[in-house]
Design a binder for this molecule. Sequence first.
Ligand code: BG6
Ligand code: MG
Length: 218
Amino acid sequence: MNRAFIFDLDGVIVDTAKFHFIAWQELAKELGIEFTEEHNELLKGVSRTRSLEILLSLGNVTKTESEKDDLAKRKNDHYVALIGNLTSKDIMPGASEFLKEAQSKSIKIALGSASKNAPYILKKLEIDHLFDAKIDGNHVSKAKPDPEVFLKGAEALGVPAKHCLVFEDAQAGVEAAINAGMKCVGIGDESILKNTNLVVAGMDKISVEKAIEIIENK
Ligand code: BG6
Ligand code: MG
């Protein structure tokens, strides 16, 4: 059976979530909007444009389209500066070992990330070569929880959705996987991630064998 693993990037393979938070928080401060870690959960897995809309609505702030473009650009410039020093040392525990083992077992591997910065980050982490297909924010028009990013990944790999397992740290991403008809492993906290097939604290807490079992419904 052809099987595939589809990986979210931020918060699953690399801990960039903290840099997104810092950059959004800085912008929120400038706009006089209160923005906590709890609010930040709403932005995880969500596109840059949609994240800005959520932030503005938290503070009941209205902006024109061109002002929004400027704010999103400023947030991204700050974020890109924060991730400038990323190296392979920033890969989260267990992630690259898991990817390499899956590759050695001929499981197809795709990236399914909302981030337009994904190509830059993968290059910095030096793990480009571990992916058979890479779908990111530059290739999709509909943000998670829409299943577009994962369905495009499955299509690029030539694997049916029901044989794909998604690894996600955001509830919007878990819902996108379910909407795609895929199984899903949540990476993070059980009290935050709902309706998954399994939640583990990190990629070092799940084996490739266990992941295959989830696809096969054992
Ligand atoms: C997701 C992050 O992976 O990418 C979100 O979880 C982020 O927090 C989104 O907003 C878009 O990222 P970028 O890099 O295109 O601004
Ligand atoms: Mg994520």
